[in-house]
Design a protein around this ligand. Structure first.
Ligand SMILES: [Zn+2]
Length: 200
């Protein structure tokens, strides 16, 4: 197995926004949400990369940033789900806002699903590994290995779900009794060229 070098690039963009605090009614003033695109990865046998590879990687990173912005835009304007980068803590009174609950609700199962998928991959992998050599699968306790891996993954999934649930209910509770619910005002025109606004 030869060694290789992993080159990565990420792109990010700042999106200005502001909100009227539901708790103290003050205006937050202009704040910045930094949206970061997924990493563009290029594995290379050499430590340095060519100009063309660099250009391709940057192009890919930029496309991934555009995807992240588009998703944030469609969630915000279409579904009133605001990405966590839009910090809802009031700079004046330090209290959270009701509009931040939707994102926590939306991500409730996210970590748990990842945990189950990773567990499944390792459980199936270990099953075929044990089965791959004759004689290795003779003892029934060996079946316990994939089952054990899956059980741990499920327990972790349940714990992660419980943590997310606590976070969401806590914010929900803290913001439930406000007199008037507001929404943040996001200045999407700052990233106008990078999103397709007709898709909401
Ligand atoms: Zn406030």
């Amino acid at each position: 197995m030869g060694s290789y070098y992993k080159h990565t690039r990420t792109e990010s963009a700042k999106v200005p926004y502001s909100f009227r605090c539901e708790q103290c009614m003050k205006d937050s003033g202009t704040r910045q949400a930094t949206i970061v695109g997924n990493e563009a990865v290029h594995n290379s046998m050499s430590r340095s990369i060519s100009q063309k590879e660099e250009a391709n990687m940057q192009k890919e990173a930029f496309q991934k940033l555009k995807n992240a912005l588009q998703e944030a835009y469609e969630n915000a304007e279409g579904k009133h789900i605001y990405a966590k980068e839009f910090n809802d803590i009031c700079p004046h009174c330090g209290k959270p806002q009701s509009w931040a609950v939707a994102n926590l609700k939306n991500k409730l199962f996210e970590n748990s699903i990842v945990s189950v998928i990773v567990g499944l991959i390792f459980a199936v992998g270990s099953y075929f590994y044990i089965k791959s050599e004759p004689g290795r699968f003779e003892e029934s306790w060996q079946l316990g290995v994939p089952i054990g891996i899956m059980a741990v993954a499920v327990i972790i999934a349940i714990l992660l779900f419980a943590i997310n649930m606590v976070k969401m209910s806590s914010k929900n509770k803290k913001t439930a009794n406000v007199m008037q619910k507001n929404l943040p005002d996001i200045q999407w025109d700052a990233v106008e060229g990078m999103i397709d606004m007709s898709r909401v």
